[in-house]
Design a protein around this ligand. Structure first.
Ligand SMILES: Cc1cn([C@H]2C[C@H](OP(=O)(O)O)[C@@H](CO)O2)c(=O)[nH]c1=O
Ligand SMILES: [Mg+2]
Length: 183
């Protein structure tokens, strides 16, 4: 790794809490807990019975969902720290296929939580293997695409990826897990 690596940081599941956003929206609408089983799969729908899939889809495609996702604990502070240490930090995020609200709202989220100057650091792509970088911090355990990636993935810790032990694991609140980046 070069002394100042080019860093790609994923958005949902690393900066913005997609799962918690669904749980909050479900509670607000149905006045009950979201019927989500143990989190074992990356896609939330895979831990929900098929009968609930239309309601789940309705929640994460509706206006306001992506803009109002709560931040992951420690994420905003961590990104400011990384930038202050001179790292070239970019946010590398994929839109959902129903992009109508998601795309603009991902930008709004970054502006609101990180500041306007971070908007120009967003790289929006369906295929992260096309993006250059040294390290990609991402919660998705299997990232596929049409190229061989130039980056190495550090897995952002989540209940649905804990069965993977083949990569470095990062959690913002565990500062030792990313202290090497500041060295
Ligand atoms: C459908 C779904 C999408 N997402 C996020 C991941 C991607 O964003 P990101 O690349 O910022 O992590 C985006 C498109 O799949 O939506 C989840 O995190 N969980 C889900 O269940
Ligand atoms: Mg993600």
């Amino acid at each position: 790794m070069p002394s100042k690596p080019l860093l790609l940081i994923d958005q949902d599941g690393v900066l913005a809490d997609f799962d918690q956003g669904v749980r909050l929206a479900w509670r607000a609408q149905y006045h009950s807990e979201a019927p989500i089983g143990p989190r074992q799969h990356f896609y939330l729908r895979d831990d929900m019975a098929p009968q609930y899939h239309p309601q789940l889809h309705d929640i994460y495609t509706r206006p306001g969902f992506f803009a109002t996702l709560p931040p992951i604990a420690g994420a905003v502070e961590a990104l400011h720290t990384l930038l202050a240490h001179g790292l070239d930090v970019h946010i590398c995020t994929a839109p959902i296929s129903n992009y109508q609200n998601c795309v603009a709202e991902k930008f709004m989220w970054v502006e609101q939580h990180l500041g306007h100057e971070w908007v120009s650091r967003i790289i929006l792509t369906k295929d992260k293997t096309w993006v250059r970088g040294d390290i990609l911090i991402d919660d998705k355990p299997q990232i596929s695409g049409s190229l061989t990636p130039l980056w190495t993935q550090w897995l952002y810790d989540a209940p649905y990826n804990r069965q993977y032990h083949d990569r470095r694991r990062v959690c913002w609140q565990d500062t030792a897990s990313w202290a090497d980046l500041l060295a």
